[in-house]
Design a protein around this ligand. Sequence first.
Ligand code: DC
Length: 720
Amino acid sequence: MGWQIAIDGPAGSGKSTVAKAIAKRLNFKYLDTGAMYRAVALKGIKLKIDFSDEKSYRFLENTKINFECGKIMLDGIDVSEEIRSVDVSNYASLVATFGYVREKLVALQQAIASNDNVVMDGRDIGTVVLKNANLKIFLTANVSERAKRRLKERVEKGQDCQSLEETIKELNDRDYQDSHRKVGPLTKADDAIEIDSSDLCIEEVIKKIISLVLERGYRMENLEQKNEILEEEVKEAEAPVEETSTSETAEENAPKYRELQVVTGTVVEVIPAQPARKVGNKEFKAREEKVLIELEDGQEGYLSKKDTVGLADDEELFDAFLEGDKVEVAIKKIFPDGGKFVFSTALVAKRKELEKFEEIVKERPIIKVKVVKNAPIGLLTRYEDFSCLIPKKPKSLLNIPEEELDALAGKEIEVVPVRVDYSRIRIIASQAAAENQKAKSAKKAFVDQLEVGQVYDGVVKNIEKYGAFVEIGNGVEGLLHISELAHDRVFKVEKVLNAGDSVKVQIIKLEKDHIGLSRKSLMPNHWADYTEGKEVGSLVSGKVVDIRDAGITVELAEEINGFLPKSEFSWNNDAVIADEVKVGDELEAKIIEIDNSKKRIILSKKQLTENPWLALTCKVGDIIDVVVAKELEQGFKVTYQGVSGYLSKGSIRNHENEVQIGAELKVKVRTLDTQKGRLVVNLNDAEEKIEKENYSKYMKAQDKISNTLGDYFASLKNRK
Ligand code: DC
């Protein structure tokens, strides 16, 4: 696998310009992954596909996308210009939200990157495509700066241009879509270095990244176009971490050698050990055996036995080193007053060990290191035989407050090695990355055990128009859709929940990147419970809780009321509710309407029985038997076959004594309207009619035609 540089960032942050330039200077292959999404969008436009349907993208099975001499080819045709239109840009953003498209393009990108040194730019390079890239950059810039750049680019290309405001809106929309999609969203990888290019010119950004490439161990020897890199860049890049801030030091003042540098020298002589001795008054201390080594420029230093590797116990330096031998040594100490260097071959060996460690670094494991001390440059720690630094800059590497660092001396902490610093023969590690990785694995473990139906005490993280995002544990958030907040319809999420609120939720949906939550599923659903199995026509009963002119409110169950309108109380219009029912009474009724959306139940009491008006057997003029039910202002209420009728006081002359409550009367039907429920009867008319009927019956009963009225009255007397 070659050397990989991943550059991610939002649209217009300068990624492609920077990536192209870096690829040119380092002689790396450049891959513009955005162009690939654009090519898919362009083909989609040409094929007039339904962009919202994932299945439409099956055309990718027969589509060839590749790069030739820096041009993007779609099915063999150069579409480099065509893919830059506003239309294609907008569709590309949509296209990039589909998992199927991403899968296809990511596989293609990884295949292209597999054998070469590459610089790749996009949105998910550091997080998905090149997870193990040697260097990950997250390039940002504020939106107005990005819009200006995009506009300038389009003007230069002679394309149709929008206003600055429109371009800002376009970028904001795309940023939102790119960073909120479910698959491969635009996010900064944990180990990416963020560069804000708002106030930097392109050249400054390029320099910065090249410095980082070199700092990460990419060797200058690998560089074919070495001379294209400015001397200054190299110097900056190769400076050890703690020296970066003082890297402006003029070159002429820079020391030629630095401690821990590996150099090659020639053995001048092996100076034998000398015991302590006294010559005259002068005392000479004991001196150990040393090898005097001279570097190319005449600078000299000593190598003593304790700094030498590979000597057997019984071997001495003079057994191993001969005058004129070339030896590779590391400079262990430089004396400021110009004294001879202290050399070490042990350190050279250690450096080689570090090279092996570099393989481990690629895996990004979490390792335990022992803190030695808190230094201004960072936390100095030890990992096995290596020293390991957790630098304080950039801030993203150490996530422990300064005031807590001193107390860590002697303790073990977990870190992730991020690179090997050969200039100091040490490991550079990130404690924050270990924290992140642990949080990520905890998150993954948490997500892996999730199941539909589980209940969590969550915390509302943010509110959107369509619902609330609720953290259910370990940084994992689910969506509590507005329709899942309560059984009753909710029009505004904030009416029920606000950011920071605790809320009990249940998992109702688990998809790859989506956790659907419900609050209402945990709440009693009185309406559904009550109405289950009930329909129009069902008989129900409940307690009367309110009586008004309009009707009666009946409590049918907990939090469920039904309404019985006055018109549904009785088939008789003159019925007075208060005469028959009072608050607290149990009332039976029939459901005549259930409205689930409004949660409304309408009841009828009268429909418990057949409409007695329709069953009446009399007609106008008939004499019927009624019972006096109640005295009214101008007359009486009478009842007949279950309906009520009206008998006016004017029609009972001479019979006042007979018209008592409960009395049975023979009356004549004056008015009958069964539709409107109206019956008016008359007592006097009845009397007259009865007389007439009796007379005609009498006459029919006599065989003599000569009977007179006098005879008839006589017969009446006899009857009595
Ligand atoms: O970088 P660009 O503007 O040319 O990208 C075009 C679209 O493709 C953009 O909306 C983001 C998307 N894209 C992506 O989702 N992943 C990538 N690796 C590159 C681009």
